[in-house]
Design a protein around this ligand. Structure first.
Ligand SMILES: *Cc1c(COP(=O)(O)O)cnc(C)c1O
Length: 398
């Protein structure tokens, strides 16, 4: 499912206005604010001549519908003027794998950030290795030093900012400058900030990927992915989507668009509450460190401030050393923080994590048990009280 740029780049509006207005064709929607959920495979041609000429706006369900087009136009407006097209995928992982298959071929070399989403690494070590593509992982803080890892056959660099468990903040413009000098493409998993807080296509990234399962959907009710590309990379992305047969169910497309309309207000709330909770946690005696690039004390803060216009609600903490059973007692006693994977919905979440087993370019030595929090839209006073009570339980379990 693909769609090319309409006239969004020439529109005079702020991105918050674009989020509300883009992709809305009120006339075609017969007055309704939202597009219909178009279910369809076959698109009928009016005449034999039309069919021979392949005339008409739509040709086949897999290649796009009025519903997918509305979402793609709104996403293009969000990505900004360097976006040449947005592809839709049935999950964030599908978006990553489709984008990687778009850019590499047998015999190529790929550079991947050591803090990448773990299933991204699994794809590189599994299918890409089988197809004869070699992957080297690099230190997230390598910056322009990445030049030393390039080989004559290095075709692409995949970054993620920040890492979604450990929150290292790579210098994307520096990495992109080196990659482009050597003719390689840059892919960015931009799920944490979304293009609303990080316009990666304006910072040297060629392909910007999102697990729209997270903040775009925003309600923990869909699996979805997006692949946005600049003019250089878009032909590769659109070919990969077409050849792989990647397409999405119409209800999910509609829910992604519905989520996108309120992205600005939700993210702003996640940001404010996330920073408030991160600061509160940093002041707790049980907490050794908070990993959140929006905090002034964070090693990635300067880059975050330079390259991002905001932070989302996801961050991690390192607890002072405590027995595993005490940490489990803490987790078990939380009432408002659900324990589970994914994030980006309206609800607060917590998961313990450990990067030790899969890092290869860097060593993960946090200094204590590590927990990742997603701060939802609940009252921060209620969230603090919940954590406060759980810390008391943890203490008595030690
Ligand atoms: C969740 C996530 C993905 C994968 O998205 P799914 O929709 O679960 O396949 C990719 N990257 C990051 C950073 C994620 O958090």
């Amino acid at each position: 499912m693909t769609s090319s740029r309409n006239d969004a780049s020439s529109r005079p509006y702020d991105v918050t206005t674009e989020l509300v207005t883009s992709g809305r064709d009120t006339l075609a929607q017969r007055g309704f604010v939202n597009p219909p959920v178009v279910r369809g495979s076959t698109v009928l041609y009016t005449t034999a001549e039309d069919l021979h000429q392949n005339r008409g706006e739509f040709h086949y369900g897999r290649h796009g519908t009025p519903t997918t087009q509305a979402l793609q136009q709104a996403l293009m407006a969000l990505e900004g003027p360097n976006c040449a097209g947005v592809g839709l995928a049935p999950s964030g992982v599908a978006a990553i794998t489709t984008a990687l298959l778009a850019v590499v071929k047998t015999g190529d070399h790929l550079l991947v950030i050591d803090s990448a989403y773990r299933p991204t690494r699994a794809f590189c070590e599994g299918m890409l290795k089988r197809l004869g593509v070699e992957t080297t992982y690099f230190d997230p803080l390598i910056g322009a030093g990445i030049a030393g890892l390039f080989k004559p056959n290095t075709r692409a660099v995949l970054v993620e900012a920040p890492g979604s468990q450990s929150f290292e903040m790579p210098d994307i413009p520096a990495i992109a400058a080196v990659a482009h000098e050597r003719g390689a493409l840059v892919l960015d998993d931009n799920t944490w900030a979304t293009p609303f807080y990080h316009r990666s296509l304006d910072q040297g990234v060629d392909i910007s990927i999102q697990a729209a399962t997270k903040y775009i959907g925003g309600h923990s009710d869909i699996m979805f992915g997006t692949i946005s590309a600049n003019a250089k990379a878009w032909p590769l992305v659109t070919e990969s989507i077409r050849l792989l047969g990647v397409c999405c169910g119409p209800d999910d497309v509609f829910l992604a668009l519905r989520g996108l309309r309120t992205l600005a207000v939700r993210l702003n709330h996640h940001q404010q509450s996330g920073l408030e909770m991160a600061r509160w946690l940093a002041s707790r005696p049980e907490v050794l460190r908070v990993l959140h690039p929006g905090l002034e004390s964070d090693p990635g803060h300067a880059i975050w401030k330079r390259d991002f216009t905001g932070a989302s609600g996801l961050f991690s903490i390192v607890l002072r050393p405590a027995p595993a059973k005490a940490v489990d007692a803490f987790l078990d006693s939380l009432k408002l923080f659900g324990m589970g994977y994914s994030w980006g919905g309206f609800e607060s979440l917590v998961v313990p994590f450990d990067c030790t087993s899969y890092r290869t370019a860097t060593k993960w030595i946090p200094g204590g048990p590590t927990l990742r929090f997603h701060i939802g839209l609940e009252s921060t006073e209620d969230l603090k009280a919940d954590l406060d009570a759980a810390f008391a339980v943890m203490k008595s379990a030690q």
